[in-house]
Ligand binder design. Structure first.
Ligand SMILES: [Ca+2]
Ligand SMILES: [Ca+2]
Length: 303
């Protein structure tokens, strides 16, 4: 014989309890978080309900709320947003540095600067399509930015070539400040490497996160670069990249002298043995290399 089933009049069913808890959590979340949506919150769904006197809207999303870092690995919990974000950098090259700025001698007379980024050969083997139809008049040379996931993690998140201007700032192919990055994620900490054709590359000492609303300045202190003494002190107190890594392998050695010797007396050319960026390979370039010989880059920048 079937017996009728009654709910207890004072205790809600498990389903009802779950519903009530859910509604309370939603109300709490809307009250505390919905007003603070930012670029660190990514909506991937949502809903809207209305009863005539009340309405409720919700976003299925989650802010980036936790970052775990062990030096070798970084885990960021929450939804991530991928977007184009500029990274603004200021950096000087020792070989081109003079009076708080850099020369633009590669453009003197016949402009030898290539219209397409020059890092598409060894050791960089970067095949990005950055190119321009005209060289900015204040361009010193091309630069390569390499975003890394953590200090000890060799994973390259993204590379991008950009213009290095005479005032030390970086400009993208559209003429905007900074270098545009497509694969960085909001809220995730990164380090980045700056590479040049014949100067010792550096890694940022500090984490940066996007959106990055200021510029990273390698000219103010040796501590802006990771590792001991990776930036050279200029006579006026400014810091710059060490000149003379002609083969760009991350260390200034006899191999660079041999590279220089093979190119010496080249005239009016865009060559990596031209440390002072004046289009000619002369003793002036050797004189930049010589005091820096035996300077070793940190393992992260070496090839
Ligand atoms: Ca070298
Ligand atoms: Ca030169």
């Amino acid at each position: 014989m079937l017996k009728p089933i009654f709910h207890h009049p004072t205790l809600p069913s498990a389903h009802m309890k779950y519903l009530l808890i859910t509604l309370l959590l939603v109300a709490f979340y809307i009250h505390t978080a919905a007003q603070s949506l930012s670029q660190e919150v990514v909506a991937n769904g949502g809903a809207f309900h209305e009863t005539g006197t009340h309405s409720i809207s919700c976003t299925v999303a989650e802010p980036i709320n936790t970052t775990l870092d062990t030096n070798d690995y970084i885990l960021t919990q929450g939804f991530h947003q991928v977007y184009r974000s500029p990274l603004q950098v200021k950096i000087f090259l020792e070989g081109a540095y003079t009076n708080n700025a850099m020369t633009t001698h590669l453009q003197n007379g016949t402009d030898v600067i290539p219209l397409q980024q020059p890092f598409n050969t060894a050791p960089w083997n970067y095949f990005g399509t950055e190119k321009t139809s005209s060289i900015p008049s204040n361009l010193t040379d091309w630069i390569l930015i390499e975003v890394r996931a953590g200090i000890n993690n060799p994973v390259i998140v993204e590379q991008a070539a950009a213009f290095l201007l005479s005032d030390g700032t970086v400009q993208d192919m559209d003429g905007n400040p900074g270098v545009k990055l497509d694969n960085v994620k909001s809220g995730t900490p990164y380090h980045f490497i700056v590479r040049h054709r014949n100067h010792l590359a550096v890694l940022s000492d500090e984490y940066i996160t996007f959106p990055f609303n200021y510029f990273y300045d390698f000219t103010t202190s040796t501590y802006q670069a990771y590792g001991p003494n990776q930036l050279k002190l200029m006579e006026d107190g400014t810091y710059a990249l060490f000149a003379g890594d002609f083969n760009a392998d991350g260390a200034i050695t006899v191999a660079d002298y041999n590279f220089y010797s093979a190119e010496v007396s080249a005239i009016n050319q865009y060559t990596d043995a031209d440390a002072n960026l004046d289009k000619n390979v002369t003793v002036a370039d050797f004189n930049l290399y010589q005091p820096n010989a035996s300077k070793i880059g940190i393992p992260q920048v070496r090839y």
